[in-house]
Design a protein around this ligand. Structure first.
Ligand code: NAD
Length: 355
């Protein structure tokens, strides 16, 4: 490491990193290419840390570091609960104010940075990067997935939707003792990337769909293709339905919305759905079966880990489908131990991470 790779984070960020159970935070500044990058490696207990690399504008360096820490931590939990042989990590590249002059040199420099970590971190596509950038990185390091050779894809949402759909099937089996989704009424919040593919899948499986979105165009596509019933955004919480599937934004499950819910099941793709960890217990008390978000929305991560190890799309689809069994076991444990599903899932993940 030369002098330029040393830096000081603020006390509060350091406390945040400690609170999340870190780990390592690496930095690279390369004047020649304009690269300013952070790699937050949360945990190496189960194997090399894996997680996407995002290229984004940030209002401050602190915000970029905070993003890397927050997301790397979440990757560890997603990997551990789904039994992947990896810890979690995230790379954040601060988008330069001016154009990147030489994109090849920029991502090659980032590839060198990854390579210097000797395999502790495996990178993947995230916001602002694509298989094209992964191909450039692969010129300098083998610790990269989502390359075009590995069938890389910029959009993980169909895979995320596959995992969420499997979790919904498991919940319907557990809670309603039904193998099929035929006639099951599912309310999807958000008709964006994941919401669209989830609606497609559930429609094909015979579910009855209601959807809400503030984006009329996104909603229209689902109306045209899947015969969905539209619900005003604020009404979706108290809609009488079997499943509520939050696929729009985080912190959607709070005191107010949980008390409004008429659904028997909550299972969706949004990250950090519980506004507070304790709201999992409130859902449990209300008899609403909750599919822990970090478990069921990990389809994209499972895909990159499996294709990195085996280069096999079929295997990754099988492993994502296995979310059905992973979450079903947690539903069973929650019932027999009379505890919230999120508490059980977090406990399992923490144990596997050696925390
Ligand atoms: P997206 O931005 O494509 O879609 C979100 C949709 O929610 C948009 O259409 C938006 O208009 C809508 N929305 C915003 N506010 C709303 C409101 N008040 N009511 C109803 N709809 C509203 O995002 P996405 O990629 O589909 O991801 C959805 C969620 O799943 C996000 O929380 C994301 O972090 C999480 N997630 C996504 C992936 C993935 O593969 N894309 C993976 C893991 C987790």
């Amino acid at each position: 490491m030369d002098d330029r790779t040393h830096f000081t984070v603020t006390d509060s960020l350091m406390r945040y990193a400690e609170f999340l159970g870190y780990g390592e935070l690496h930095t690279k500044i390369d004047d020649k290419t304009g690269l300013k990058a952070f790699i937050a490696i949360h945990n190496l207990h189960r194997g090399p840390a894996i997680g996407g690399c995002r290229l984004m504008s940030y209002s401050s360096v602190d915000k970029a570091i905070e993003d890397a820490l927050r997301l790397g931590h979440m990757m560890s939990y997603k990997a551990a609960i789904n039994n992947l042989p990896h810890g979690g990590a995230k790379a954040v590249l601060i988008k330069p104010k001016e154009e990147i002059h030489d994109r090849n040199a920029y991502f090659e420099a980032f590839g060198d940075f990854i390579n210097d970590l000797g395999g502790r971190y495996i990178t993947a596509v995230d916001s602002g990067t694509s298989p094209h950038e992964m191909d450039i990185i692969s010129r300098r390091t083998p610790y990269v997935t989502c390359t075009s050779q590995l069938g890389g894809n910029s959009d993980p949402s169909p895979l995320t939707a596959l995992g969420v759909g499997r979790a919904i099937q498991a919940a319907v089996k557990f809670k309603m003792n039904q193998d099929s989704l035929e006639g099951v009424h599912i309310a999807i919040q958000g008709a964006g990337h994941v919401g669209y593919y989830l609606a497609k899948q559930l429609h094909e499986l015979g579910a009855r769909l209601s959807m809400a979105d503030v984006n009329v165009k996104a909603l229209q596509r689902c109306i045209d293709e899947f015969n969905v019933t539209v619900v005003p955004p604020d009404d979706i919480y108290h809609l009488e339905c079997d499943v509520f599937s939050p696929c729009a934004f985080g912190a959607v499950l709070n005191l107010k919305t949980i008390n409004q819910l008429q659904a028997k099941i909550v299972a969706g793709s949004a990250n950090n759905q519980l506004a507070h960890h304790h709201y999992g217990a409130l859902l449990h008390e209300r008899g609403i079966l909750y599919g822990p978000d970090f478990l069921i929305n990990a389809g994209g991560l499972i895909h990159v880990a499996v294709t990195y190890a085996h280069g096999d799309l079929q295997k990754s689809t099988e492993q994502i489908s296995n979310i059905y069994h992973t979450v079903y076991d947690i539903y069973e444990r929650a019932k027999s131990e009379n505890r919230a599903t999120n508490e059980i899932a977090e406990q399992i993940a923490r144990k596997r991470l050696g925390e």
